[in-house]
Design a protein around this ligand. Structure first.
Ligand code: MG
Length: 231
């Protein structure tokens, strides 16, 4: 205790908060995945193919183009801290899962749902902030359509020992600063209408934003690499 020779934590400049009008600065050791200017860090994934990115970039945000595939980062991550800002269309259309649907698929596999969940009823494990198809968020912390919202996610990648799951994935999720999941053990990758199970994969994979037919916007996306288990 109080040993002066104990290594001190390295210094990280914490960045600045965003305002509704403009995104603030990421922490100094973050990998910036989208800075509001271009899609240089992104590729499109469409029916298993990797294609150039096509989502619209304007006014400091990117916007999903309906009918196109999800967009995935060239950079790959395992254990990671993520910050993502998003907004569903200001003029909502559609109901339930058809309103402002997108999603943050960590490692391209594990989805934290994005949906317009302000005055829009859908199934609990599919609303904004749900671990899609697995766990509803603890609360509904949605802002109104068109307003910028934040996700802060701590993700522990699963570990595999050959074909066996050695340690499942865990996720902690805050939505607009409100806790939705605390160290939630994931059942496996996102699946639609069936129970998930783990399938072994690489230790690091890209971060995918889902193209789900709604023009959801994104800005200020950054990641901090973590190594939580040194394995
Ligand atoms: Mg989705």
């Amino acid at each position: 205790m109080h040993d002066d020779s104990r290594p001190r934590p390295r210094i990280v400049s914490p960045g600045t908060a965003s305002t509704p009008a403009s995104p603030g600065q990421p922490p100094s050791d973050a990998t910036v995945l989208f800075d509001g200017k271009d899609l240089a860090n992104w590729e499109q994934r469409r029916r298993g193919e990797t294609l150039p990115p096509v989502w619209k970039v304007e006014n400091g945000y990117m916007e999903v183009v309906p009918g196109t595939g999800g967009h995935i980062t060239k950079q790959r991550f395992g254990d990671v801290q993520l910050h993502i800002e998003w907004a569903t269309p200001a003029q909502p259309s559609g109901n339930s899962q058809a309103r402002g649907n997108s999603g943050v698929l960590i490692m391209g596999l594990y989805e934290v749902q994005i949906l317009d969940s302000y005055d829009n009823i859908s199934y609990a494990d599919g609303q904004a902030g749900a671990i899609y198809g697995q766990f509803p968020p603890l609360v509904n912390a949605a802002r109104k359509p068109g307003e910028w919202q934040t996700y802060d996610i701590i993700f522990e990648a699963p570990r595999f020992d050959g074909d066996e799951l050695a340690r499942p994935a865990f996720a902690t999720v805050l939505h607009n600063g409100v806790l939705l999941h605390h160290h939630r053990e994931l059942l496996g990758p996102m699946r639609h209408r069936r129970v998930s199970e783990y399938v072994p994969h690489e230790p690091e994979l890209g971060l995918l934003l889902q193209g789900h037919g709604n023009p959801v916007r994104y800005r200020k996306i950054w990641a901090r690499r973590l190594d939580l288990h040194h394995s």
